[in-house]
Design a protein around this ligand. Structure first.
Ligand code: Z5A
Length: 212
């Protein structure tokens, strides 16, 4: 019987370098002989990508926090059922740029929604699907904002104040502290070569620990 795959996520505030470092994680997994499916949230399916456009559109500034939360979960449930679970069943390793931890950090920490409400959606809609391993790229929001600010135009989230991203950062760090077996925190404020090195070291240590 085909062994099931695993589910790995990359998380962090804006501009921490998730997109840049996804390739490093993918290469590391492939070097360990894994078939990798790369995906992202919000998005990852045709419907999810349409929802992503609504979420990022600066013209949708009046979007309520509760509506934002329901939209990210609408995209997520579609993503889980259409892409993530089938791939894991086929024996593939799913590598996602963000997942539910982002909802706890952004809609919970950032927007102030009670985490019990997010946990309820997680249980109801995802049957508590959790990543097997999460790399949290962490740096000060000022650094992240500066890096993101180098881009042509800021989206609806990127236009938020620094204090919002401070709360997001604390939201992520609290989750990492509460689940030390699943999370590994990487200092994303270091020069890129060092960040890449730290990611490979931490991922390899986890692969060896898991004997995966
Ligand atoms: N969101 C949510 O609210 N709730 C949810 O449940 C989910 C998401 C799933 C879109 O996500 C938004 O959705 C997100 C939260 C919300 N908004 N924000 N903010 P996204 O992941 O697509 O958006 P993002 O966080 O803005 O990701 P990003 O813009 O792609 O940033 P990144 O991937 O972390 O950074 P990057 O593009 O790889 O790097 C940024 C720049 O920094 C780039 O020029 C790099 O070359 C440079 N860089 C990267 N690392 C370094 C180092 N170490 N040194 C120097 N320069 C570096």
């Amino acid at each position: 019987m085909q062994a099931k795959g695993k589910f790995i996520t990359l998380e962090g505030g804006e501009g921490v370098g998730k997109t840049t470092n996804l390739a490093v994680v993918k290469a590391c997994l492939e070097a360990a002989g894994k078939r990798v499916l790369l995906t992202r949230e919000p998005g990852g399916t045709p419907i999810g990508e349409k929802i992503r456009t609504i979420l990022l559109d600066k013209g949708n500034a009046p979007l309520l926090a509760s509506a934002e939360l329901l939209l990210v979960f609408a995209a997520r449930v579609q993503h889980v059922e259409e892409v993530i679970r089938p791939a894991i069943e086929r024996g593939e390793w799913v590598l996602s740029d963000r997942f539910t931890d982002a909802s706890y950090a952004y809609q919970g920490g950032g927007r102030g929604i009670d985490s019990a409400r997010i946990a309820y959606l997680e249980t109801w809609l995802l049957d508590n699907l959790q990543p097997d391993f999460t790399l949290l790229l962490d740096t000060s929001p000022a650094i992240g904002k500066h890096r993101a600010g180098l881009r042509a135009e800021l989206d609806r989230f990127e236009s938020e104040e620094l204090a919002f991203f401070e709360r997001v950062r604390q939201g992520y760090l609290q989750r990492a502290k509460a689940m030390p077996d699943r999370f590994s925190v990487v200092d994303a404020g270091l020069p890129l070569d060092q960040v890449k090195y730290e990611i490979s070291e931490k991922l390899t240590a986890w692969l060896n620990r898991e004997d995966a």
